[in-house]
Structure formats: structure tokens, C-alpha cells
Design a protein around this ligand. Structure first.
Ligand SMILES: CC(C)(COP(=O)(O)OP(=O)(O)OC[C@H]1O[C@@H](n2cnc3c(N)ncnc32)[C@H](O)[C@@H]1OP(=O)(O)O)[C@@H](O)C(=O)NCCC(=O)NCCS
Length: 212
């Protein structure tokens, strides 16, 4: 799709605070909506945005001088993280997200040979985007134990057959095949299926596919 105008990227500074706050707020409101959470107070987004501009690298994408996208990079003890990437809805699919990733990576490359991102496993669209951008090494698995007894709806998403749980979101983006997979996997483990059985079934099925 054409960008219909002149696109530029610049490192954000104090003057960009208002447009950054607006996009930063939209990023988290969009994410929280998918998760079924209410938006945070707008004053707290503003407070966070002020702190961010004073310490992190934020690149803003402008289309015809209008701020339409941003990417934030942090340096955590020499490890460089992309914290957020956001393109206003009406400007998606024009290559703007990729241009910002390129800009962030060019910046990181001056200091390090790798860029990290953390992405929620439920966020299928974000994962697909990052895979497309070449991010495909599964690094840390973050585990949580809730200390209250509150019931939380979850799916089971096995990694190497280990039945990790992931929260159900209000707005899930799974394809119908992915949904079917999650349902059948959930039933398998809930009915007492084990890691070893899971791996054996998968190995058998894949071997038979490869051999035919
Ligand atoms: C994800 C996001 C940043 C993509 O921005 P964008 O400007 O629409 O992406 P681009 O147009 O630059 O796309 C670059 C490439 O990725 C592909 N792509 C974009 N979104 C995709 C998705 N959801 N799934 C798969 N591929 C995707 C495009 O087809 C394009 O491929 P091509 O180079 O072969 O043409 C944007 O949708 C967004 O802001 N989403 C909400 C916030 C978010 O999820 N951020 C990422 C997690 S931090």
C-alpha cells in the first residue's frame, strides 16, 4: 500500500511529548481491550511517557509531519529491548511498522548484535508481525504463580509437551485451526494426558506425515 505522503522518522524529544502520550496511551488501551481490562488513568500514561522520554530512545514516525507511529528501545545493562511498537490504526499495512523496526535495529547495531522483544503468547497478530521481522528465537519463558485462589480461565499451550497455561483473552485472534488445537490439547491434558504421551503422539503423527 502506498504511504500517500512523505514519511520521516526522528528521535523523540521534549517537544514530542503530547503526540507521544497520545500514541503511548492508544497502544496500551488497545492491548488492555484485547485482554478485557479497562484503560488506566490518562494521568498515569502521561507520567510514564514523561519518564520514558527522559531515559529511553523513542523513534517517532511522521507522515506529512503528523506523528502516526512510535517505537521505544531500552538499554537494560547492555541488552537492548524493543518495549513497544505502535502504528495508528488507519496507517497500518503501509510499511511504517517495518521502517520503525529498521530504525530501532540500526540504532541497536551501534551497540550490540541483538535486539530483544517480549511478546504475549495470546497476541497472535504481534507474534506474526515479529516472525515476519525475523524474530524467531524463543528465549525466556516467564512463569507466574498466583497466590490467591481466584479462578482464571486459561488455555493449555504445551512447549516440548509441558502443559503451560496461558490466560484466555476477551478478544483472541486465533485462527480456527489454532482454536481447535487449543481445545483438543486442553481436553487431552485435562483428561490426564501426560507430557510423554503428548510427545509420543506428536512424534508418531509427524513421522507418518514425513514418510508418506
Ligand atoms: C504490529 C504493527 C506495528 C504493524 O505495523 P504496520 O505498519 O501495519 O506493519 P507494516 O506495514 O510495516 O508491515 C511489514 C510487514 O509485516 C507484515 N505484517 C504486518 N502486520 C502483520 C500481522 N499482524 N501478521 C503478519 N504479518 C504482518 C506486513 O504484511 C508486511 O509484510 P511485507 O513486508 O511482506 O509486505 C501494527 O499493526 C500495530 O501497531 N499493532 C498494534 C500494536 C502492536 O501489536 N505492536 C506490536 C507488539 S509491541
Amino acid at each position: 500500500m502506498s504511504r500517500r505522503g512523505i514519511f520521516t522518522i526522528k528521535l523523540a524529544w521534549e517537544n514530542d511529548l503530547d503526540s507521544f502520550v497520545e500514541m503511548y496511551t492508544s497502544f496500551y488501551n488497545e492491548l488492555r481491550k484485547k485482554q478485557g481490562l479497562t484503560p488506566m488513568e490518562s494521568s498515569s500514561y502521561r507520567k510514564e511517557a514523561i519518564a520514558i522520554l527522559s531515559k529511553d530512545k523513542v523513534f517517532i514516525g511522521f507522515l506529512n509531519n503528523k506523528a502516526v507511529a512510535f517505537i521505544r528501545v531500552t538499554d537494560r545493562n547492555g541488552v537492548f529491548w524493543i518495549e513497544e511498537l505502535f502504528v495508528e490504526k488507519q496507517y497500518r499495512g503501509m510499511g511504517i511498522g517495518k521502517s520503525l523496526v529498521d530504525a530501532a535495529e540500526a540504532y541497536v547495531k551501534q551497540h550490540s548484535n541483538s535486539t530483544y522483544i517480549m511478546v504475549l503468547p495470546q497476541d497472535r497478530e504481534a507474534i506474526n508481525f515479529w516472525l515476519k521481522m525475523g524474530y524467531n528465537i524463543l528465549n525466556t519463558i516467564e512463569l507466574v504463580k498466583f497466590l490467591d485462589k481466584k479462578e482464571r480461565e486459561h488455555h493449555i499451550l504445551p512447549v516440548l509437551g509441558i502443559p503451560y497455561r496461558i490466560h484466555k483473552w476477551v478478544d483472541e485472534q486465533y485462527s480456527s485451526l489454532e482454536r481447535e488445537y487449543l481445545e483438543v490439547v486442553g481436553k487431552f491434558f485435562e483428561s490426564g494426558g501426560t507430557q510423554e504421551e503428548f510427545l509420543r503422539i506428536v512424534v508418531r503423527a509427524l513421522k507418518s506425515k514425513i514418510e508418506t
